[in-house]
Design a protein around this ligand. Structure first.
Ligand SMILES: NC(=O)c1ccc[n+]([C@@H]2O[C@H](COP(=O)([O-])OP(=O)(O)OC[C@H]3O[C@@H](n4cnc5c(N)ncnc54)[C@H](OP(=O)(O)O)[C@@H]3O)[C@@H](O)[C@H]2O)c1
Length: 340
């Protein structure tokens, strides 16, 4: 039996995404085969596909052809020898980095995330990537406390809207930076909106918060924005950057230089760089704890991913084009055609 998956045949625009067929096989020992119900379309999919990710063109960069797709929700449909963590029929998620735009995924069974069976996979799939980034940047890196004045940069996107929802639950007093046509969603979560096209967020905040803010959560991670954000922090203030630095290694080096300087200076301010890479190279336990919390919040109706549009899996190119258009508020997802 064959299954379909999407492949980026070369680096380029959404048109490089093509449908191919592979032979379905039994999972290997320690592996589960997952029938994918929904896959997120995320910013890192776009940078990897276009060859513009931080490591693109280096030995660490993604090679073509490859199947994009950073996260999925699906149902286990076969297990390999020695698998004890999951059984056939279980609903699971996976933080895949690549491979998600597919009908099936073969994945190490000890790296699957428990997902409740009653969720709508097309709505819940952003919980696997965008909400874990938002939750951990907010609670593990910034360690926010109720009432803290918090600035969110990049507030209208997949991670930004997750931060707005989680920030409201955490009782934060939020300022949020996004394009003016997306300010309604910022206000819905009681954030004070700032339009970066017409306003300097640092000036706006200095006027309304002369003593500074406690936390900045920055999804843009560019040098100019970081400098302005740091200037707004009061003593004890924390800047957490979770965006992939644009501008490649020269920009990254500058960001790292600022990072080292801020954390060495005795000015009472701190800066952290958040990345999900610690899931793969560090202790994954905090991730599973946080996914459990996030799914509980979702099931209790306290958070609800904002979905701009769902596409059937085969329209991955159109879904990528929509996310790249800059017109999206929240998330774009791919859904198994059977659920569409
Ligand atoms: N650390 C990690 O592990 C991790 C994981 C996933 C993603 N990321 C990174 O996190 C960042 C955000 O991801 P995302 O999924 O939320 O992206 P997204 O859904 O594409 O949203 C990004 C939003 O940022 C806004 N924006 C663009 N330029 C801006 C500026 N100068 N100032 C303020 N807002 C601006 C855009 O909205 P407007 O229309 O409002 O301008 C856009 O909708 C990306 O860099 C992504 O690569 C990091």
């Amino acid at each position: 039996m064959k299954y379909k998956r999407i492949v980026a045949t070369k680096f380029g625009g959404p048109e490089v995404l093509q449908v191919i067929e592979d032979e379905l096989h039994e999972p290997k020992a320690g592996e589960a085969r997952v029938k994918i119900l929904a896959a997120s379309v995320s910013r890192p999919d776009i940078t990897a596909r276009s060859g513009k990710a931080l490591y693109s063109g280096t030995p660490l960069g993604q090679k073509v052809p490859f199947t994009p797709g950073y996260s999925i929700i699906g149902v286990v449909d076969a297990i390999g020898e020695g698998v004890s963590e999951v059984a056939v029929g279980d609903w699971v998620g996976a933080l895949t980095v690549i491979h998600g735009y597919s009908e099936y995924l073969y994945w190490k069974s000890d790296r699957l995330i428990p997902v409740p069976k009653d969720v709508d996979p097309g709505e819940a799939v952003p919980l696997i990537l965008n909400y874990i980034v938002a939750y951990q940047a907010m609670h593990r890196s910034a360690r926010v406390k109720a009432g803290e004045k918090t600035l969110i940069i990049g507030a209208s996107g997949g991670i930004g809207t997750a931060l707005l929802q989680l920030g409201k639950i955490a009782g934060l007093q939020m300022y949020a930076v996004a394009s003016a046509n997306k300010h309604a969603i910022l206000q819905e979560y009681r954030a004070i909106p700032i339009d970066y096209h017409t306003q300097d967020f640092a000036e706006v905040i200095r006027q309304s918060e002369p003593a500074g803010v406690d936390v900045v959560l920055d999804g843009m991670t560019n040098v100019d924005g970081i400098r302005r954000a740091l200037s707004l922090l009061r003593r004890g203030g924390r800047l957490v950057c979770f965006g992939e630095p644009a501008g490649g290694f020269p920009n990254l080096l500058q960001v790292l230089g600022i990072f080292a300087a801020v954390n060495m200076l005795p000015n009472g301010k701190s800066m952290k760089l958040y990345g999900t890479s610690t899931y793969f190279i560090g202790d994954p336990k905090p991730y599973y704890e946080d996914w459990a919390t996030i799914f509980k919040l979702y099931q209790e109706g306290k958070i609800k991913p904002i979905i701009e549009k769902k596409f059937p899996l085969w329209e991955a190119a159109q879904a990528n084009a929509l996310l790249e258009s800059g017109k999206v508020t929240g998330n774009v997802v791919l859904v198994s055609p059977e659920l569409f």
